[in-house]
Design a binder for this molecule. Structure first.
Ligand SMILES: Cc1cc2nc3c(=O)[nH]c(=O)nc-3n(C[C@H](O)[C@H](O)[C@H](O)COP(=O)(O)OP(=O)(O)OC[C@H]3O[C@@H](n4cnc5c(N)ncnc54)[C@H](O)[C@@H]3O)c2cc1C
Length: 441
């Protein structure tokens, strides 16, 4: 057999997994369907979420490396960076919830292309063979190992055999969908209150804007903005990304909303599509025979984040190399990989995606639940305060609600009856979804 492993997908998870195996003497082929690995082909925040302990590690960007300080390894990154200290959510009339952290910054915006370029070079230097414009169609176990069917640039197909196939093909993983028993998520995704992932948005990069919020991940909510949420944040090269639910809503924000004045002299650099993928639950056991899933392919969620994908790729590469070099099956060492994978917060909840949504419906569905004047009232009670918090997707909504609930009396005065409405929503969520939302947390 020519290869010890064929890795499907040249994202962060696949690149580090193949590099680790090749460094330890394994013969590795990586297949990637795109023409170039280090080219951005879809929307992406390009942010390192800097919350300590997130995804089981605390990362630091220094000396040209993203360091995983808990697990003790690093990946190269020599591109530009831009530090974020503020996370601001603005209401229709301009009242703000303001989360911040300065040591460390809440996030670091990097260049995804530079990250992938550095990781691809490391993989090639370690001896990984990379074939681009090669799309994996399906994988299956064989008596000797496993094989993957790929479609090449000229349209022909080929079966490639290896001891192991690694599915690192991202959120919409074909390999996982064709090789593993998959489960559709229950919980909040079945609720009418869930808004996330309903539409495919457009992320537009603009240069030369007059956008006033520096070092800030900013978003606004309210029917007036024609999107459930609209986001604006700086790129590592100090341009601005604008992203709303739909292409029309992004265009409205840039050209007609009250914020349009900041984009009057700007030029458009590019438009990136937000992928729309039907979610599946994470794989509790990511191995099927000789097919192993890593990164987003295993977790089924974009909230895997760079941290999660790199950690999982690193841990999977180590256990595979150890098994191959010792001539035993990888299941013997798999616990080492599963332990890293299950540090992901998604495994804390019986309905895994609810971990993001616990407090989420009260924010990501703001426009479904609240009228614009109600959102104004909610944000008015905390306007002017700086709340300690970060970008952790599983906690950011909670920080905000705790601050608002601290001002319950004030809220009742500004908008009588609004508390009762929130209480009813919380009760409905707790009853229908088994969540445990309370005023005092
Ligand atoms: C809109 C959006 C915003 C995001 N913002 C952030 C952020 O700010 N910070 C952050 O940390 N994370 C962010 N993420 C998540 C982050 O991009 C992912 O979690 C991370 O890239 C996952 O890495 P991965 O290697 O598992 O998968 P991917 O990066 O998706 O890589 C998978 C690779 O497999 C290739 N592939 C797919 N199918 C096949 C096939 N059949 N055959 C061959 N190749 C295939 C793809 O082309 C791709 O190169 C965002 C994601 C999205 C969608």
């Amino acid at each position: 057999m020519k290869y010890d492993a064929v890795v499907v997908g040249g994202g962060p998870a696949g690149l580090i997994c193949s590099k680790i195996m090749a460094e330890q003497g394994c013969k590795v082929l990586l297949v990637e369907m795109r023409k170039k690995i280090a080219k951005m082909h879809r929307a992406d925040g390009e942010m390192i979420h800097n919350d300590p302990g997130l995804r089981g590690d605390t990362v630091a960007l220094e000396d040209g490396q993203i360091k995983f300080t808990v697990h003790g390894f690093s990946v190269p990154y020599r591109g530009p960076r831009y530090d974020l200290y503020h996370y601001i959510v603005e209401s229709p009339s301009g009242y703000r919830v303001h989360l911040a952290n300065f040591h460390p910054p809440i996030g670091i915006v990097i260049s995804r292309e530079e990250l992938l370029r550095g990781m691809e070079k490391e993989a090639l230097d370690a001896g990984v063979e990379i074939r681009c414009e090669t799309m994996a169609l399906q994988a299956e176990n064989t008596s000797q190992g496993a094989r993957v069917n790929v479609k090449k640039k000229d349209g022909s197909t080929e079966w490639i055999e290896a001891r192991y196939i690694v599915a690192a093909d991202g959120m919409a993983s074909r390999i996982v969908r064709t090789s593993f028993p998959i489960i559709k998520p229950g919980g909040i995704f079945g609720s009418e209150l869930a808004a996330a992932g309903e539409e495919a948005g457009t992320q537009i990069e603009m240069a030369n804007t007059d956008w006033p919020y520096k070092h800030t991940f900013w978003k606004c909510v309210g029917k007036v903005f024609k999107s459930s949420v609209t986001y604006c944040w700086p790129t590592a090269k100090r341009n601005i990304y604008v992203l709303a639910d739909t292409k029309k809503a992004t265009e409205y924000f840039i050209s007609e909303s009250k914020f349009a004045k900041y984009f009057r002299n700007a030029n458009r650099i590019r438009a990136l599509g937000w992928p729309r993928v039907e979610p599946i639950n994470p794989l509790w056991y990511p191995l099927n025979g000789n097919i192993l899933a890593v990164g987003e392919a295993a977790l089924g969620s974009m909230e895997t984040l760079y941290q999660g994908a790199i950690l999982m790729g690193w841990a999977a590469g180590k256990v595979l190399a150890r098994a191959i070099n010792n001539g035993v099956h990888v299941s013997r060492y798999l616990d080492d990989y599963i332990t890293v994978m299950r540090k992901h917060e998604i495994f804390r909840h019986p309905n895994p995606f609810d971990v993001y949504m616990e407090w989420g419906p009260l924010i990501s569905s703001f426009t479904k639940i609240f009228e614009d004047d109600e959102i104004d009232a909610l944000f008015k009670v905390v306007d002017g305060e700086v709340i300690e918090g970060g970008l952790d997707p599983t906690r950011q909504n909670k920080y905000m609600w705790i601050a608002i609930f601290d001002k319950k009396d004030q809220l009742e005065k500004i908008k009588p009856g609004l508390l009762n409405k929130i209480r009813a929503i919380m009760e409905k969520l707790n009853k229908e979804l088994g969540t445990n939302l309370r005023w005092n947390v």
